[in-house]
Design a protein around this ligand. Sequence first.
Ligand SMILES: C[S@@+](CC[C@H](N)C(=O)[O-])C[C@H]1O[C@@H](n2cnc3c(N)ncnc32)[C@H](O)[C@@H]1O
Length: 241
Amino acid sequence: VSYQFDVVTIFGPLMTGYLGGSILGRAANAGRISVRYENPRDHTHDVHKSVDDGTYGGGAGMLMTPGPLGDAIDAVRARQPDTRVVLLGPAGRRFDQQIAEEYAQCGALTLVCGRYEGVDERIAAHAVDEELSVGDFVITGGELAAMTVIDAVSRLLPGVLGHADAAVGESFTDLPLLEQPQYTRPRQWRGHGVPDVLLSGNHGAVDAWRLEQRIARTKARRPDLYAKYLAQISAKESDKA
Ligand SMILES: C[S@@+](CC[C@H](N)C(=O)[O-])C[C@H]1O[C@@H](n2cnc3c(N)ncnc32)[C@H](O)[C@@H]1O
């Protein structure tokens, strides 16, 4: 069965190159994912096909009007009634691996991309299921954010990554921890070697080193994530007791 992505965007062609290549392109060719585009301009009724207008109350810049955007969302919902509709925007819930896993269970996801200075608030309030941010920064449009979500969700779907457990033990996946440092050939590069334990052939020692590294790195770089990890292990301990 294929996972259905729909993207509401006035710039679909910006996305097709990325989504058509490499692992995601292969997943699409194999019928594991499908990406369709719905252009709000196709839901305009004026000769200029306009999708934006000035802001009530004044202020610089244009906003996407709710008319064509709302009609484009309706068109997607009509052909894919089970889809979860997500508006991309900096004011949304912050995207992370857990949300990617949640979306991977959905079967169909619609990503609504803003442009200009954003989108009339009535879309967020009345036309979508939720609003999602990819981080605390502002980009020029929702397309890059939508591609980020499509990519993160797709690689969790069965059969998308070549190796069955390639997504196991990665950052955030099994535990709220960053991934450990990894090394490949050559053994010496510009005078820098690789940790001896990785060359020891002792799998138990390698696994212990990896977990140790994940914990140390997370503690040093991401205190927020480390706190989550500590909470998770203390919850597990009290389950056992
Ligand atoms: C220039 S941004 C609008 C920013 C808006 N005026 C604000 O200050 O929050 C245009 C569009 O890009 C997308 N976008 C920008 N930053 C984003 C982010 N961090 N996460 C998700 N989408 C984002 C949204 O779809 C948004 O409607």
